[in-house]
Design a protein around this ligand. Sequence first.
Ligand code: Q9C
Ligand code: ZN
Length: 350
Amino acid sequence: MKIFCNQHHQLHRGQQEMFRGQLVDCHEVPQRLDHVIQELAKRPVGEMLQPPSHLDLDAALRRVHTSDYLSFLSTAWSKWVQLNPDNANRDALPSVWPLPGKHAFRMDKPPLNFAAKLGQYAFDAGTPLMSGTWAAAREGAACAVAAAQALIDGERATVALTRPPGHHAGAAYMGGYCFLNNAAIAAEHLKAQGIERIAILDIDYHHGNGTQAIFDERRDVYTVSIHGDPLTEYPFFLGHADERGSNEGEGFNLNLPLPRGTGFEDWYATLNLALQVISDYAPQALIVPLGLDTYEGDPISGFKLKSENYVTVGGALASLGLPTLLTLEGGYAVAEFGVNTVNVLEGFQT
Ligand code: Q9C
Ligand code: ZN
């Protein structure tokens, strides 16, 4: 197992996120990945690597994200500080959004004001952008491309071990602590290298709205997500069972929402259903956006998986026998995050 680890992840450390009317400490903190790295030092399940420098990362990013969004992200911090020099000490968070719809706001005259631009490219006020965000997210995407290339080169399993996470990010928006959609970037790299059919199985607690949207009209990338029911759970406005893909992609998206409070037995039955559907699709590769926020101790989520269950989960993912790439997504029980993540990887190996 080749593990590509984002050595620049600590450059992204948001201070606060908006939650129900107040700014609270960020859940998506650098210590999360530090715990995984420490656990991997105790239980090495693979080679720890850095992405090679020769990758054409810009081409890989442009396969998924719009050039407008990428130039917004790469210049966001300097524009935020230009808006007011005191902003150098504050994270950038949006506070105004264009609601879509015929009688709502105009989408054809994008504002010049940078505080408004943030609202154009972000769907929540929980995803702080700061000085190191672009560098950290970019290096994470490089890990995803390197992990995809290693699969092409014959590896059985690879990991993009990174934060910030990616599965909520769309072609032209950030949100849910995500900026660049690492799983989608990996999928498009596999496609560019000649892989024709790919399945993405998202097992983060939250619906992978960004990934679903990116591949909505595609039948060559089958997106499946098991997550908390959006009627009560973030991201609320996408992730229902009746979303099956559009146009060419109709029938190639599967959402399996489960109620808050679901325990391992029911969750695992749903995982096995997803694995059967994926097996029937007969993909050439599997990508797993891996969130550990299904853990019973997660502070912002509602499933009840236990640490030992993650070994079983890893084994079930491996049972498909496909070249498999895992990207690290959510999981906010920081102290247990390392053990839970490495349990999945260890279960996959055995
Ligand atoms: N009460 C990921 O796991 N805030 N993102 C939810 C819940 C946003 C999660 C607040 C959660 C985003 C990658
Ligand atoms: Zn999540």
